[in-house]
Design a protein around this ligand. Structure first.
Ligand code: G6P
Length: 615
């Protein structure tokens, strides 16, 4: 989604802005632009395509962009196609604006501004904001006041960066529903949609609250909420945790796949050691977790798949009823939320608009006493995110920063953390026996080693991926607790290789997808040695009988072997309940190698964004 970077300094900031945009590329975008103020004028450059196009354009005339204050943007098209005229910053007279999010009521505001004589050169909702601020400034002659007047008129969720030629030491930012962080420097300050963008210039950050407006100069940051000055703490980041370097790997995605044994081990260690729970793990929340009678999981994309796995775990291990739903559906269907529901919002970024809105709607109902004993929990990789701030309990995934749009280590760490949570609730409510618990603890401690073993399959999987290069469509099959991994495998393949892929519960094969099976259709099967294996083998026979070609990730002792129409890669046998975590790795590697072979942009697949901050 759109990315914002801004800077006010005593040095030339154009390279800081461009480097910041490069660091936001992972969010997904289709055009980029920047504006700096120089000698009483706005200098702007905008390009469709990669940030590198913008860098090339700026480098043609670097002295033109030698400025001390400026704003920059990567745009992911919502209102209006990817085109230079729609790229940000948008300018109205002496005002320039960058915007992340959506102004829902832009149409009537646009009409109003047209009537006032303003003309529009884009189809965006953002241009209306630039005109509104320019218009308010013409009356107030005060940029902060102008922004304060305009903001309440904008409906939707957004973050803004604003500069004005007559205020060459003032950068204004607004945060209302979209992420925005202030980077605190020495004699210089910055804004960005994600702190990652600013790590080359600072490791100190101020996180704004929803509705905050900040006036930033080189040496001061003043934050206002409802017109009143407020103070927001500054936090220092550990740079090691936020290493965003590709290192020796060709793509971030591959690096992140390889980081999984460590990331999962870190996440497991947060909750348990060899003896059982660490005393501090969720201990503050035990009383409230004891009250939970129903679990409702909300998430989008890959995080939703983690939620489906957790449903199997919650119900089989704790017998607590658990529902899982895509946040964008849940929020618009007037759902029933029973008393004593634990709502688990799973989100890598903690900024996904649909997940946040669904949470807020239910939180409002709880505040109005429509639901009793409501408890919310964020399972999130970004401790400073909106989701974490707005929930009662924060359960972190310790994946470290994830750059590849296709989520990998965030997913497996979500699964590890979810298992910890299931065990915690099960033990607090005495629903899990000592034996089961100690077995689970042992298996969790073995998990990292099993993930290492899976990575050794990389070369064989790369060889297998040859067979997918020219395919148009594929199916992923799994049963029971592997069904969500089939969904995740299909999602991974389609998002990065652009091959159509569907994940199916293997038992559903004969209710539809079998009609698609022929000799050209590759079918990926997840076949660990588990309680569903015999049923799954029968489903594989149904494919054989239709001359389908099977690609099977099979447990070592499943006695599933390769033949002419069946290509088998053996995965080390693993404890059934944790097998989804281990079997995630081969499907990630398969998708990765197919995408590399097809020459797609693995880390930034077309049309997709890492952090989906609009609904
Ligand atoms: C986007 C990303 C996915 C992610 C989904 C949900 O679609 O490309 O990788 O799974 O959003 O994001 P979240 O941050 O809420 O987990």
């Amino acid at each position: 989604m759109c990315g914002i970077v801004g800077a006010v300094a005593e040095r030339n900031i154009s390279n800081i802005l461009l480097e910041g945009l490069k660091r936001l590329e992972y969010r997904g975008y289709d055009s980029a632009g920047l504006t700096i103020i120089q000698d009483g004028e706005l200098h702007r450059e905008r390009q469709v395509g990669k940030v590198q196009e913008l860098v090339n354009a700026v480098n043609k005339n670097p002295s033109f962009f030698d400025g001390r204050i400026g704003i920059a943007h990567t745009r992911w098209a919502t209102h209006g196609e990817p085109a230079q005229c729609n790229a940000h910053p948008h300018v109205s007279g002496k005002v320039a604006v960058v915007h992340n999010g959506i102004v829902e009521n832009y149409a009537p505001l646009k009409e109003e501004m047209i009537e006032k004589g303003y003309s529009f050169s884009s189809q965006t909702d953002t241009e209306v904001v630039a005109h509104l601020i320019a218009d308010a400034y013409s009356q107030t002659n005060d940029l902060l006041k102008a922004v304060e007047q305009v903001t309440p008129r904008l409906h939707g969720a957004f973050a803004l960066g604003i500069v004005h030629v007559d205020n060459p030491n003032v950068l204004i930012t607004v945060r209302l529903g979209s992420p925005l962080v202030i980077g605190v420097g020495i004699g210089e300050n910055f804004i960005a949609s994600d702190q990652l963008a600013l790590l080359p210039v600072t490791n100190r950050f101020m996180y704004l609250e929803e509705g905050d407006i900040a006036l930033i100069t080189r040496d001061s940051i003043s934050v206002f909420a409802d017109g009143q000055p407020v103070s927001r703490p500054i936090k220092e980041l550990d740079a090691k945790q936020h290493n965003a370097d590709k290192g020796e790997f060709k793509h971030y995605m591959l690096k992140e796949i390889y980081e999984q044994p460590d990331a999962v081990a870190r996440t497991v260690e947060m909750g348990v050691d060899l003896k059982g729970f660490k005393p501090e793990f969720l201990s503050r929340h035990e009383d409230r977790l004891n009250e939970v009678r129903h679990v409702q999981i909300l998430a989008c994309g890959t995080s939703y798949h983690a939620g489906i796995v957790a449903k199997y775990w919650f119900e089989s291990l704790t017998r607590l009823p658990c529902s899982v739903e895509i946040a964008s559906e849940f929020r618009y269907r007037d759902p029933v939320v029973v008393d004593h529901t634990l709502m688990i919002c799973i989100s890598q970024s903690g900024e996904t608009a649909d997940t946040l809105s669904a949470l807020r709607d239910i939180q409002r109902r709880s505040d109005a006493k429509d639901i009793n004993g409501f408890l919310s929990l964020a399972l999130c990789n970004v401790p400073t995110s909106s989701l974490v701030r707005e929930t009662d309990i924060f359960l972190p995934t310790l994946a470290g920063v994830e750059i590849g749009v296709a989520s990998t280590k965030a997913f497996t760490t979500q699964l590890a953390a979810l298992m910890l949570l299931v065990l915690k609730i099960g033990r607090v409510q005495s629903r899990i026996s000592d034996d089961t618990f100690s077995k689970m603890v042992t298996e969790l401690n073995n998990l990292s080693g099993q993930l290492y073993s899976c990575l050794k399959l990389d070369q064989s999987i790369a060889e297998m991926s040859d067979k997918f290069e020219d395919k148009k469509s594929t199916l992923f099959l799994g049963r029971g607790i592997q069904f969500p991994i089939a969904l995740e495998g299909a999602l991974k393949l389609k998002e990065i290789s652009y091959i159509h892929a569907e994940g199916y519960a293997a038992g559903e094969l004969k209710h539809g997808p079998l009609a698609l099976v022929d000799k050209d259709m590759p079918i990926v099967v997840l076949a660990p040695k588990d309680s569903m294996l015999d049923k799954l083998k029968a489903n594989m026979q149904e494919v054989h009988a239709r001359h389908g070609e099977l690609f099977v990730f099979a447990g070592e002792t499943t006695q599933i072997e390769s033949d002419e129409r069946q290509h088998v890669i053996h995965v080390p046998d693993v404890y059934e309940l944790l097998a989804p975590i281990v079997y995630s790795v081969p499907v990630q590697l398969l998708s990765y190698h197919v995408a590399v072979m097809r020459g797609t942009d693995v880390d930034q697949p077309r049309n997709l964004a890492k952090s989906v901050t609009v609904e």
